[in-house]
Design a protein around this ligand. Structure first.
Ligand code: ADP
Ligand code: MG
Length: 230
């Protein structure tokens, strides 16, 4: 479904990604792991076209999207939840969802209801400004916003970062449910236990290279533990 080949990216002269390859099959949940600063966010931003690729290709459903703009990739079914959620703090929950609906090609209001079905806790908060939500609620809103675009694949950057443990479980369950509906997911996640429970496959990044790739069960490997240890 998503195929990344030889992807390179840089900030000015500082190269961050060095020929990253990875593939996410239909309905698969792929977890990208690695310590802080190894290039996980840069990888997702390059996959989404927020950052241009210096070399390599990104293919989505067999189509080369490397030169497409971010909104065009979203239109093809790549839903993105950036690190730090990226919701609009001054807008209400309802407005945050509405803005995405208006920007999306399909503009089918049912998409908002479907997104709220996935996160029913947002329903009583629809009139509240996003800036007044808890971290966990903001993260749920961020994922709901991506769902409004009717994605075929969801790309999530550390959705549990800085969130209290009781809510982490709720977000994990939401991701699991979405995966259960057949949605392909590319997830950056630092919690090993969560990755172990959710992932089908994983890659580990180190210094902008994929240093290890495997099935979720391999994450129990001692060698893998050392690659992730801080
Ligand atoms: N906007 C930016 N400008 C310059 N360097 C950046 C920028 N964003 C990230 N970097 C650098 O790129 C490297 C990878 O960062 P990032 O992709 O955010 O890592 P991760 O998500 O794995 O923590 C780090 O060395 C970071 O300092
Ligand atoms: Mg990051």
């Amino acid at each position: 479904m998503l195929k990344v080949s030889g992807l390179e990216a840089a900030y000015g002269r500082a190269r961050v990604l060095f020929g990253v390859d990875l593939e996410v099959g239909a309905g698969q949940l792929m977890c990208v792991m690695g310590r802080n600063g190894v290039g996980k966010t840069t990888l997702l931003n390059t996959v989404m076209g927020v950052l241009g690729a210096g070399a390599g290709t990104v293919e989505f459903e067999g189509r080369d999207v490397t030169r497409l703009k971010t909104h065009e990739r979203v239109g093809l079914g790549m839903g993105y939840v950036p690190q730090g959620h990226g919701t609009f703090p001054q807008l209400t929950v309802a407005e945050n969802l509405q803005v995405v609906l208006e920007a999306s090609g399909h503009r089918d209001r049912a998409a908002v209801d479907e997104a709220l079905d996935a996160f029913p806790r947002l329903v009583p908060l629809l009139k509240r400004r996003a800036g007044f939500l808890s971290g966990g609620q903001q993260q749920q809103l961020a994922i709901a916003r991506a769902l409004v675009t009717r994605p075929k694949m969801l790309i999530l950057d550390e959705p549990t970062e800085g969130i209290q443990p009781s809510i982490v479980l709720e977000i994990e369950e939401a991701i699991e449910r979405l995966h259960g509906t057949g949605l392909a997911i590319l997830l950056v996640e630092q919690y090993l236990e969560l990755a172990l429970r959710l992932a089908d496959r994983f890659v580990i990044l180190e210094g902008g290279h994929v240093v290890h790739a495997g099935e979720a069960a391999d994450l129990r490997d001692e060698k893998v533990g050392r690659m992730l240890a801080v």
